[in-house]
Structure formats: structure tokens, C-alpha cells
Write a protein that binds this ligand. Structure first.
Ligand code: ZN
Length: 311
């Protein structure tokens, strides 16, 4: 995604100073990772990513010991890495690889406005790329394929919003949401990588904020999506070692937004993940590595599987 534009403040002013310490602590206590992320998220960002401006200091770095409010046994399961035995047969996951390599050649089509409930917005965007030209659209499809293989191995049914042999552009963001809805997905994930400034690093998971306007009504999915996203943030961090974003989310790796059609129009639990910043040289080195993308897919998969086993 490339919603991060030049209007942003200089990175230094947005960097939560305690981020690295929090990460280090969390890494030392992997079993409590999810609890940590949940805890950090409690003081987290406001809708529309506006949380980036104010620097609400993380309340406490001793929070890894905090139990999750939901069900502590799930923590144990998730923290064990490999999911417990048992098939995910009957569970449906929709994977949405962000953008489309053909979008660059179909600007008229993707600039067409679609209704996302709260307002109208472009059908899709081109996405970003590394400075060397590796596109976000290629990255997202590759991670999606790896993730699909991992989930299918667990017995889940996987649908993709686009695949290599798909349409020349899009689909539009409203359609991407509707594919998940029509599939009655138990979980849906939209995969992206960001296009922020050099020096901005790390991943973040985007959760749907509560919206109720037009065709958008996220109220039923806000809670389960937060659960899904929190799990993915924890397992992604552990699998990849990629730190939570140092430019959004105050070191929690979680951001809530109400301006994304793919979330606003979803009726199934859904989150986005921005796996890293393609415009940062250190992150780009990771994002362009197949071995790293496999770890990314593994981390996302573990979070989804953990969510599915309790839903
Ligand atoms: Zn994107």
C-alpha cells in the first residue's frame, strides 16, 4: 500500500522511543507475545491511522506477563508455534494479494471511483515497489502463494481475490471485500508492503475500525478482526524477527483504520498486513528474499491457524 505520503511528519518525531525495548522484551517472552500485543494495542491508535501523530507512550514494558482477556489456553497453543493437531477442514480463508502488476497499465480503470460505504474511493492503486523495481503486487502474490500452501496443508479451504492468471487489473477494493463475504470466510487477510520513507521500518497489521454507513457495517467484525490481527502480529514478529513499525502504531504493530474499502465492506473477520517498507533499504533486502517471504507466510499462517482453532 502506498497511502503513506509526503504529508507525513519527519520519521524521528513519530518514533516511539520505547519500541525497541518493548520488542526485545517481547522476544524474550514469546509465550506472552500475544498478551503483550493486546496490551500495547489497548492504548493504541485511533481510526484512520491518526494515532500516528500523538505519541501515547506505551504504558508499561512489563506487560508481557499480562494475560489475554479472551482465553489463556489459546495463548499457550499459539505460542507453541506449530498449531495443535487437527484439521482445518471446513474452514475457509480468503487471501487478498494487494494490488495487481497490471494496474500500472490500467490507470483509467483503477482510478474509477467505487463506493466503500463511508465514501467513494479509487477502485485500486498501483501499490509501491522497492527502489530497484520489485513491485508490491509481485511481493503480495508470492507471499499469498506461500501462505495458501501452508494453510491448505492444514486442511483449510483457501480462496484468492486474484492469482497469476487473473484479470489484467484490480479487482477493485469493494470486490476484494465481497469475495471474502461471498466465500463466508472464517478469516480474510489482505497482504501488502508499504511505501514509506527510508528509515521507516517494520510491519504493521491494520484492523478495521467501527464504521456504519451505506454498505459498510463493520461493527460485527471489529472484535474478531482485532483478535485475528493481534494473533498475526505476534506470530509474524516471532517468525520473521521483523520489528513492529517504527512510524505507525506506537510500536504495537497494530493500526486501526476506517478508510479502507477492503475492510469497511467486509462482513467477515479481516485484517491487512503491511509486511515491511519497500522504500527502506534494510526492509527491502528482506522483502526481496524468498527465504524471508517464506518466514513471513509462516508467521501469517500461524496467526490465522491460531484464530481458526478458537473460532
Ligand atoms: Zn498496498
Amino acid at each position: 500500500m502506498s497511502y503513506v505520503g509526503p504529508e507525513f511528519e519527519p520519521p524521528q518525531q513519530r518514533r516511539p522511543r520505547r519500541g525497541p525495548l518493548t520488542v526485545a522484551l517481547a522476544a524474550l517472552v514469546p509465550g506472552a507475545l500475544l498478551g503483550w500485543v493486546v496490551y500495547e494495542a489497548a492504548g493504541g491508535s485511533a481510526a484512520d491511522g491518526s494515532g500516528r501523530g500523538t505519541s501515547a507512550a506505551p504504558t508499561s514494558v512489563s506487560s508481557p506477563a499480562s494475560p489475554r482477556s479472551a482465553s489463556p489456553t489459546d495463548d499457550a497453543k499459539a505460542s507453541a508455534g506449530a498449531p495443535a493437531s487437527g484439521s482445518l477442514k471446513g474452514k475457509v480463508v480468503v487471501i487478498d494479494p494487494g494490488h495487481n502488476p497490471g494496474n500500472f497499465r490500467h490507470t483509467a480503470e483503477i482510478n474509477r471511483q467505487v463506493d466503500i460505504g463511508t465514501n467513494r474511493k479509487e477502485c485500486d492503486t498501483t501499490g509501491t515497489s522497492t527502489n530497484a523495481g520489485y513491485t508490491e503486487a509481485r511481493f503480495t502474490l508470492d507471499v499469498a502463494h506461500r501462505l495458501r500452501a501452508l494453510l491448505e496443508k492444514q486442511g483449510a479451504t483457501v480462496r484468492m481475490t486474484r492469482d497469476g492468471d487473473g484479470p489484467a487489473w484490480g479487482p477493485c477494493v469493494d470486490q476484494r471485500a465481497r469475495i471474502g463475504n461471498a466465500a463466508h470466510a472464517d478469516a480474510a487477510i489482505s497482504i501488502h508492503a508499504d511505501g514509506a520513507a527510508q528509515g521507516d521500518r517494520g510491519f504493521h497489521v491494520i484492523l478495521p475500525g467501527s464504521v456504519h454507513a451505506g454498505a459498510a457495517d463493520t461493527r460485527p467484525i471489529v472484535g474478531p478482526s482485532r483478535d485475528l490481527g493481534t494473533r498475526i502480529a505476534g506470530t509474524f514478529l516471532r517468525a520473521t524477527g521483523e520489528p513492529p513499525s517504527n512510524y505507525l502504531g506506537h510500536g504495537t504493530g497494530l493500526v486501526t483504520r476506517t478508510d479502507l474499502g477492503g475492510l469497511n465492506l467486509s462482513t467477515v473477520p479481516k485484517v491487512f498486513i503491511e509486511c515491511g517498507n519497500m522504500r527502506d533499504s534494510k526492509d527491502a533486502a528482506l522483502l526481496t528474499s524468498g527465504a524471508w517471504r517464506q518466514r513471513a507466510a509462516q508467521g501469517i499462517s500461524e496467526g490465522i491457524v491460531s484464530f481458526l482453532r478458537t473460532s
